[in-house]
Structures are given as structure tokens and as C-alpha cells.
Design a protein around this ligand. Structure first.
Ligand code: ADP
Ligand code: ZN
Length: 711
């Protein structure tokens, strides 16, 4: 059995396990059944992929998502792991070849769709194989209680009967207690241990903005996220098309996606996004299932989702690689209202309606939070958090309240003068003094408060009126075209008997400007180098990805490129220190990425700016490549000749293409290394004793070269 740590490094290029991974791997490889609950991006795959590689035999991974299978297999192959998938998309010959590889034991992991597994006779075939582990991915699909029930999953219990001795692991990102128990029962492992990781995703920033002027805010947001991939979720199909069109008109690389598009266009759009050819997808919730793209850097919700589960799942699609990602929810009173009416008007039985309304309410609480938003999210998933997160808008800009009695009175007075028949949008026009037709037709331009609220922008009014609604300072009659109504509290405010406190509104633009004043973004030289290099490595990754017909994140994740541009390796040994570079990735891409880093260093190195460690070796190497002799290099670089020889020796040791054999004869090599062996000279030791022992017969440089060749 191979050590799990070694496998993690060799194949996946990582140094440490994430929380629970090591424990789960030990538990599985001891032959036990278990369930793994981790949020999207938590690192579930390694929990079965590492055990799969620790022993002989084949790991069977049952997965309902055909699109994902291909990506996962590609990723494994890229890491040098023999893997394949079997589903309805394969030709007869392809399938026969994979079956052959199963029989010969060449394969380590086989991904299989449940419908394939239960095709007649197939289970017998599988039973004849040497199976070491059964992994059930997206296992919540087994349960009717789960949100994505798949009938073909219910037969999976036969697996445990067919392989009573083989450990089984069920994995999922979402399962409440009822679903969880049901999943285990359905799979025939009712008493399996459950490993539950925290659902917190601290790298996702949480932000909410009022939904006025969404496009303007989106534009500003996108300027802060140049070239970064992201998804804008909308409720309606028409909105996706409209928003994508408007963004394109502004020069953004955006496309829409929804379930009513022709299948071909859908898959083409998804593909373009996976391949980083399209930066922005404006989509309904139809988009995202089965997308494993690890470098989604932001998620926006143009409209409010129906519940916290969906919201969390959708924002969870960003930042899977563990790097920072931003989420932004637009919240408007109307969105909430529309959702509410959708539930109320639906055919659902009353008790289900109540549940859905309660869920919608929790979503509203998140949107209106006046304390840490992450605490609200996690408490929804029954996790208690001791501290505020520091990575949500509320934590970063604690709510500042102000005395809003005067503006509130202006609004309430306008409502009264409009006979309580005015809805929010029109009220804002009146307060702002707009002479549009709706206003003038009703004679609202004649009332006393017309234009009394010009000092506030429309979006500010929308925000403050929403806050007034939420705190009960004013009511709304849904059945009278959303007319605003005065209540007991409203009258007390109007009479000056009660004060109104509201939370100050700041637009995205204002927040951004303030943040920049507080913390000016002046990049250090080091950060400039890192960012520039990241961009170059990203382009190189894209070239490889296109040539190999895989998505860029399959070549290297953003996290890997980021670590690479931070560490800037120029040797094999250094490159293998980069997180995510295992043996196979190094063999395949190592040299090209090192060359890119070297080229960048050659361009950018100047007095006072060090791009890579050991640039002096690189300079020697470049002159050597031009055909200069060590003596000429020494002269040109104004360095000692011995120094140049030791540069060349070091370059050779680091895997650069330097022919140092030419500097010693075979006899010299033999004599020197014989003596080194006798004296038990270690690598890197001082050369003087060797020099003396050889009777001062050989130049120091020859000693250095011979020892480098000796290895
Ligand atoms: P999940 O299936 O839970 O959504 P994945 O298994 O796809 O998550 O892992 C998400 C990302 O995290 C992948 O890019 C994966 O390579 C990376 N990852 C997993 N485990 C580790 C680890 N121990 N160290 C660094 N990165 C990891
Ligand atoms: Zn917070």
C-alpha cells in the first residue's frame, strides 16, 4: 500500500490535505463505508481518488452527471492517473476498449452512469472485476427527499449486495438530516459513519446591493473583475437575453443561456465558457449543474433566488479552486414580491406553500441583514459561527444609521396627498420632481411635495422606501396595484411624534471610491510582477488547452498559476514545489512554463528588480547558449572563470541543457570521482580537501564539473 501523502504529492501536486480529507481516506482504506458531506469545492474527489490509488484494483465511481464525468476523467488523466468513463455517449468500440482495460487491470478509476450499470448483464461484468472501492457521487440523488431525485439511482442498493466486502463511500454537497439518513438506507449502508465538513466557504465574499440601476452597478463590478469568468443569474429567460445584449453593447464578452435555447447552442455556449472564450454568462438557473469549472471568479444574482439552498449552491460555483471569489446579490422589493406571489399563486398544497414562503423569508433576511451575512447563511445550515466573517459587505462597512425622519415625512406626506393610491416607482418620480406622463396625467405635479425629495437620488429613495416598508413605517396593498398605504406608525411620524432611523445607502460606485480612499490600491513592484506573470502564464495555459482540446482549468487551476507566479520556479525541483504540479503535469507542461517564466525574467530583470531567484545562472546560461566559452562568458560578465564553471555545473544539476562533459576528459573524471568516493565527499562540500588529496593536479573547476556529472 502506498502512502497517502506520497500520492497526494506525486499525482495531485499538493502538500497538505484539507480538513477531514486525511481522516476520510484512512477510514476508507481501512475498509469502512462512509458518507462525505462537503460543500462544492470542498475537495470531495480526493477522498476517493487517493484511496483508489493506494491499493490494487479498480475504483468504481457512480455519477449521474455525464458532462462532469468527462471533465473528471480528463483531469485525472492529466495527473497521470489511468481513468475512463462509461456512459451512453461512447461508441461500441470505445466501450469495448474500456472494458478490456478494466479486465487487464490497467485502469484505476472507472466513472459509470447508473443507467449503464443497470443495463442487462452489466452488473455481472462489473462483478467479475477486481473492485477495491465503490464511490457514489452526488448521492443525494438516491433520495426522494433530496432536491434532485433520480429514479435510476434507487437500484444502487444492489451494489452493496454484489460487493459486500468492498467499502462504499457516498458523497454529496447537500443533504439535510432526513435526506442523509435516507441516502444511507437506500444504499444499503445504514450505519455508515458520516463525515461532515463545514459548509463555510470563506474565500467567497458576500455582497448585497439594491436592485436599482443594476446595469450600472454590473458595469462597475465588471471593471473590478477584468477578464475574470463569472455568471449572472436571472429569474426570467427574457432578462438573460436582454442583459447579455446590453453588456455586449458595452463591449463585454457576454452570452446568455437558458433552457429554451436549442440544445446545440446551449452546449456550445457552455463550452465557450469552460474554455475561457466567453467571460460572462447571463443565465437562468438552468446553467451550472454539471459545471466543474474551477476558475469562476464571481457570481451575481440579478434577481433574488427562491431560497437559501439554491442561493448557496449557485454562489458555490465560484472560487472552487480556493482563491478569492466575489458574490453579489441584487435585492429589490419587487423581486421578493414576485417570488411571494409565485408561491401563493402556485398549485401547491397549503403546507408546502407555507414552507416555501418561510424559506423565501430566510432569503429576505439574508438580503436585509444588518449583521454578518455569513453567520446568517451558516446558521441556516445549522452551523454556529463564533465570529463575524470580515468578508461580507456588512462586516466591511458596518451599517451606519442616520435620522431619516425628514425624508420619511416627505415620502409619507406625498403618499397622503396622492390619496394612498401611489406605488413606489411613481412616488419616487413625484418626490424627485420628474415631469413624466404618468405623473402629469394624474396631476401629481401639482401636489405640494412634488420635487421635495430632489436631494436624494432615485436609487436612494428606492432603498429608503424599502427599508421603511420592512420596518413597518408604511404598508403596501398588493391587491391595489401595490399602492403604498399609511398606517398607525406612518401617521405618528407625520405628526412628528416618532423618529425614523434608516441605514445609510451607498452605491457600488461610492463604496468603491471610499474603499480606495481608505486603502489606496497602489501595487508594490512585487505585486505588479506577480500579476503580469500570471497573465502570461494564463495565456500559455490557454494555448495548451486549445491545442489539447480541454478547458484551461484542466491544464492548471488558477490557484496553481497564482502560486506559480508567486514562486516563479525556474528548475524542476522548484516547479514541483508549486501547489497542483504533480509528476505528470510537470513532465507535460513543466518545461514550457519554466521557459515562459525565464523569458519574462529576461525582459523584466533590471538593477533593483529581481524577478526570479538565480537570475545570474540564467544570464550565464543565455551566453552559453549563444556559443560563448566559459572564459568568454567570464570576461563578458566580469566574473571569475571558476564562478562560470560552477554556474554551468549548477545549471546542469538543475536540468538545463548544458553539456558540461566537454570540460573534463574521461580519465580526469575517473580519477577525480574515485578520489571523491575514497574521501566520501558529499554534494556541496568544500573542494579544498579533494584538491589537496589529488596533489593539486587538477583545477578547481574540473573538480566542480566532475562532481556535478557524478551526481
Ligand atoms: P468538490 O467535488 O467537493 O466540489 P473538488 O474535489 O472538485 O471539490 O475540489 C475542488 C478543488 O480543490 C479542485 O481544484 C481540487 O484539485 C482542489 N483540492 C482538493 N483537495 C486539495 C488539497 N488538499 N490541496 C489543494 N487543493 C485541493
Ligand atoms: Zn461577515
Amino acid at each position: 500500500m502506498t502512502n497517502k501523502q506520497q500520492i497526494l504529492k506525486q499525482y495531485f501536486g499538493y502538500d497538505t490535505f484539507r480538513p477531514l480529507q486525511a481522516e476520510i481516506i484512512d477510514y476508507i482504506s481501512a475498509g469502512n463505508d462512509c458518507m462525505v458531506l462537503m460543500p462544492t469545492g470542498g475537495g470531495k474527489s480526493l477522498c476517493y481518488q487517493v484511496p483508489a490509488l493506494m491499493t490494487d484494483g479498480l475504483t468504481l465511481v457512480v455519477s449521474p452527471l455525464i458532462a462532469l464525468m468527462k471533465d473528471q476523467v480528463q483531469a485525472l488523466l492529466g495527473n497521470g492517473v489511468a481513468a475512463a468513463y462509461l456512459n451512453s455517449t461512447l461508441t461500441y468500440n470505445q466501450q469495448a476498449e474500456i472494458e478490456r482495460q478494466c479486465r487487464t487491470g490497467e485502469l484505476k478509476l472507472l466513472y459509470i452512469a447508473p443507467e449503464k450499470l443497470f443495463q442487462s448483464g452489466y452488473l455481472e461484468f462489473v462483478s467479475s472485476l477486481n473492485i477495491n472501492l465503490l464511490a457514489i457521487d452526488e448521492s443525494h440523488c438516491v433520495s426522494v427527499w433530496g432536491h434532485d431525485f433520480r429514479p435510476e439511482y434507487t437500484q444502487l442498493h444492489v451494489l452493496k449486495t454484489a460487493f459486500p466486502k468492498v467499502p462504499m463511500v457516498a458523497l454529496t454537497a447537500t443533504a439535510d438530516r432526513v435526506t442523509r439518513r435516507d441516502v444511507l438506507k437506500q444504499l444499503g449502508i445504514p450505519s455508515a459513519r458520516v463525515f461532515e465538513a463545514s459548509f463555510d466557504r470563506p474565500n467567497l465574499s458576500l455582497n448585497v446591493m439594491p436592485g436599482r440601476n443594476r446595469l450600472r452597478t454590473i458595469e462597475d463590478f465588471l471593471k473590478d473583475h477584468p477578464k475574470q469568468a463569472g455568471i449572472i443569474y436571472c429569474l426570467a429567460r427574457a432578462t438573460t437575453e436582454d442583459v447579455a445584449l446590453k453588456l455586449r453593447a458595452k463591449g463585454f464578452n457576454a452570452r446568455h443561456y437558458h433552457a429554451k435555447m436549442p440544445a446545440e447552442e446551449r452546449s456550445q455556449t457552455q463550452d465557450a465558457f469552460l474554455r475561457d472564450d466567453v467571460q460572462i454568462i447571463v443565465a437562468t438557473i438552468a446553467f451550472g449543474m454539471g459545471i466543474d469549472k474551477s476558475n469562476v471568479r464571481w457570481i451575481m444574482h440579478y434577481n433574488m433566488p427562491a431560497n437559501v439552498e439554491s442561493f448557496y449552491q449557485e454562489i458555490g460555483r465560484s472560487g472552487r479552486d480556493g482563491l478569492k471569489a466575489d458574490t453579489l446579490l441584487f435585492y429589490t422589493f419587487n423581486d421578493w414580491l414576485m417570488r411571494k406571489q409565485m408561491v401563493e399563486g402556485s398549485e401547491l398544497p397549503n403546507h408546502l406553500k407555507e414552507i416555501q414562503l418561510a424559506k423565501l423569508d430566510r432569503m429576505k433576511q439574508y438580503a436585509e441583514a444588518d449583521h454578518c451575512r455569513r453567520r446568517i447563511l451558516l446558521s441556516y445550515f445549522n452551523e454556529t459561527v463564533e465570529r463575524d466573517c470580515g468578508n461580507c459587505d456588512v462586516c466591511r462597512n458596518p451599517r451606519s444609521k442616520f435620522d431619516a425622519t425628514v425624508p420619511a415625512q416627505k415620502a409619507l406626506s406625498a403618499i397622503a396627498r396622492a390619496d394612498q393610491k401611489i406605488a413606489m416607482g411613481l412616488l419616487i418620480d413625484v418626490l424627485r420632481g420628474s415631469h413624466n406622463r404618468n405623473v402629469t396625467e394624474r396631476g401629481y405635479d401639482k401636489i405640494k411635495t412634488f420635487g421635495a425629495g430632489r436631494d436624494l437620488r432615485a436609487e436612494e429613495w428606492a432603498e429608503y422606501l424599502t427599508q421603511m416598508l420592512n420596518s413597518g413605517v408604511v404598508d403596501v396593498a398588493y391587491d391595489e396595484a401595490h399602492a403604498l398605504k399609511l398606517n398607525e406608525i406612518s401617521w405618528r411620524v407625520l405628526r412628528g411624534e416618532r423618529k425614523v432611523e434608516l441605514v445609510r445607502f451607498e452605491s457600488y460606485q461610492q463604496k468603491r471610491e471610499r474603499a480606495q480612499l481608505e486603502e489606496p490600491v497602489v501595487k508594490s513592484k512585487k505585486e505588479v510582477i506577480r500579476d503580469e506573470l500570471f497573465e502570461r502564464l494564463r495565456l500559455l495555459r490557454k494555448r495548451f488547452a486549445d491545442a489539447e482540446n480541454v478547458p484551461p482549468f484542466v491544464v492548471f487551476s488558477d490557484a496553481t498559476l497564482s502560486d506559480m507566479s508567486e514562486k516563479r520556479p525556474i528548475t524542476r525541483q522548484q516547479m514541483l514545489q508549486v501547489s497542483g504540479v504533480g509528476e505528470a503535469k510537470f513532465a507535460h507542461y513543466g518545461e514550457a512554463f519554466i521557459n515562459e517564466i525565464l523569458n519574462y525574467a529576461r525582459e523584466k530583470t533590471e538593477p533593483g528588480t529581481r524577478v526570479v531567484n538565480g537570475m545570474t545562472y540564467v544570464e550565464t546560461f543565455d551566453l552559453y547558449k549563444k556559443g560563448l566559452t566559459p572564459a568568454q562568458i567570464a570576461q563578458k560578465r566580469n566574473l571569475n572563470e571558476l564562478t562560470i564553471y560552477s554556474h554551468l555545473a549548477k545549471l546542469h544539476e538543475d536540468g538545463f541543457d548544458v553539456n558540461i562533459k566537454q570540460y573534463v576528459t574521461p580519465q580526469e573524471y575517473d580519477t577525480i570521482t574515485d578520489m571523491a568516493a575514497q574521501l566520501d565527499i558529499q554534494k556541496g562540500a568544500a573542494l579544498k580537501p579533494l584538491y589537496d588529496a589529488l596533489g593539486e593536479q587538477y583545477d578547481y573547476y574540473k573538480l566542480r564539473i566532475a562532481l556535478a556529472l557524478w551526481g
